[in-house]
Design a protein around this ligand. Structure first.
Ligand code: ZN
Ligand code: ZN
Length: 347
């Protein structure tokens, strides 16, 4: 692969990363396979990635320029600075998660140490995996990878322990940045409810102590602006509503990752298991590499799924490496789910 090919220029901005990668992969020009996105801050930038940064800045301005001002002294400033540190940590973790190149080290080493070049002639056929389902050789990266590796179409690279391609980070989440991603979501799950609570508290001041409310708003925006207390009140109401929606979303995401972490699977693995359960009534759980505790938890999950499906009078079997532990029928001859041998990104 020549240097010119490897530096193929991508567009600066696209509305949707998924649509962009779809167009790229449907393109029959083989030289198109040479491009690879290093991290979230490399082109193309997506609308949702830019929207995140604008929203974050606006939210920080609201939180520290308006909402914390309603807190009573002397604790108000203390809480203000604690929240500022948490917000700084959160955006730093976000940037780190987005900046890490999540490319599989197996692929990177093969390229850098052994000069393995990409297969520029590879053509993605609908329904066929980029990584071969049995040999685990990536058709584009030209390297045999591990079973938990996935070739992300939006980044056009193999990612070890692929979890998902995050539109907010504009990057893949995998082995090398999953911890930073979880740290970012965790702090978001802390900040957003606090932010919403502070907005609600400020609204309550309007009704409980209107004189103090008006004095604070006047101090912030100037006494000459008529109708400003009511305008700020409407903004605070909006902040409560939006903050509540985002809080629920972030906490649900965090809870989901706690669940799959306990089960020892990735987001992609979870999606595949759900799809398989719906289609075939079976769960080919990838339990061979999991610890005993995780196996037990997976069995509990499988039983929950059984009872759910059982209510609909559907037959269900579970493929497990420990047949006696499962109450359902066993079919170990089927290959277990592998998050790495699939062809499509979940997004
Ligand atoms: Zn690959
Ligand atoms: Zn990706």
């Amino acid at each position: 692969m020549s240097q010119a090919q490897s530096q193929q220029r991508l567009p600066l901005f696209v509305c949707s990363g998924a649509a962009h990668s779809q167009a790229r992969f449907e393109h029959k020009d083989a030289s198109d396979r040479s491009w690879r996105r290093l991290h979230g801050f490399t082109r193309p930038f997506t609308a949702i990635f830019i929207a995140f940064w604008i929203s974050w800045v606006l939210l920080a301005l609201s939180l520290f320029g308006l909402m914390t001002r309603f807190l009573p002294d002397p604790f108000g400033w203390f809480i203000h600075w604690i929240l500022a540190l948490v917000a700084l940590a959160q955006i730093s973790f976000f940037a780190i998660a987005a900046l890490i190149d999540t490319e599989s080290h197996t692929v990177r080493d093969a390229r850098e140490l052994h000069g393995v070049a990409r297969d520029l002639k590879f053509i993605k056929r609908t329904g066929h995996a980029i990584i071969h389902p049995t040999t685990f050789k990536c058709g584009i990266c030209n390297v045999v990878v591990s079973r938990d590796t996935f070739h992300c179409r939006q980044c056009n690279k193999c990612v070890d322990d692929f979890d998902h391609h995050c539109a907010w980070l504009n990057a893949c989440i995998g082995k090398h940045n999953y911890g930073w991603f979880i740290a970012t979501v965790s702090l978001g799950g802390l900040l957003m409810p606090v932010c919403t609570g502070l907005a609600a508290y400020a609204v309550s001041i309007f009704f409980r102590d209107n004189t103090r409310y008006t004095a604070i708003v006047s101090q912030l925006v100037g006494v000459s602006l008529r109708g400003m207390p009511e305008t700020v009140l409407a903004y605070l109401f909006l902040q409560c509503l939006v903050g509540l929606i985002i809080s629920v979303g972030v906490l649900a995401l965090l809870w989901f990752h706690v669940k799959i972490s306990i089960l020892g699977i990735t987001t992609l693995g979870f999606i595949k298991a759900e799809e398989q359960l719906k289609k075939t009534g079976k769960i080919d759980a990838s339990l061979h590499s999991l610890s005993a505790t995780r196996k037990v938890l997976s069995i509990i999950k499988a039983r929950t799924a059984l009872s759910r499906v059982g209510k609909n009078n559907e037959s269900v079997s579970i493929n497990m490496s420990t047949p006696s532990a499962a109450s359902a029928s066993v079919a170990t001859q089927n290959p277990p789910i592998s998050v790495g041998n699939t062809s499509e990104c979940p997004r």
